[in-house]
Design a protein around this ligand. Structure first.
Ligand code: SF4
Ligand code: SF4
Length: 66
């Protein structure tokens, strides 16, 4: 997984869900927390990481070795 949410840290503010330009996140109505559902659509723009007030998102950038 390239995008990880620390659900213990997440306070459910919904910012990541609202700002992601690629709709990588869906919203879990039961837990009131985001879920990484479409990771393959991620552009690695870093907006979710920057905007998360709890620093609850970790991004691992893919490495290509040639
Ligand atoms: S921006 Fe951070 S605190 Fe807010 S819902 Fe997303 S992961 Fe949780
Ligand atoms: S890095 Fe950008 S495209 Fe990827 S999940 Fe975060 S906001 Fe969405």
């Amino acid at each position: 997984m390239y995008i990880k949410i620390d659900l213990a840290t997440c306070d459910g503010c919904k910012i990541c869900y609202n700002v992601c330009p690629q709709d990588v996140f869906t919203w879990n109505e039961e837990t009131k927390k985001p879920k990484v559902s479409y990771e393959e659509e991620c552009w690695f723009c870093g907006i979710c990481w920057m905007d998360c007030p709890e620093r609850g998102i970790d991004i691992t950038y893919p490495v290509s070795i040639s």
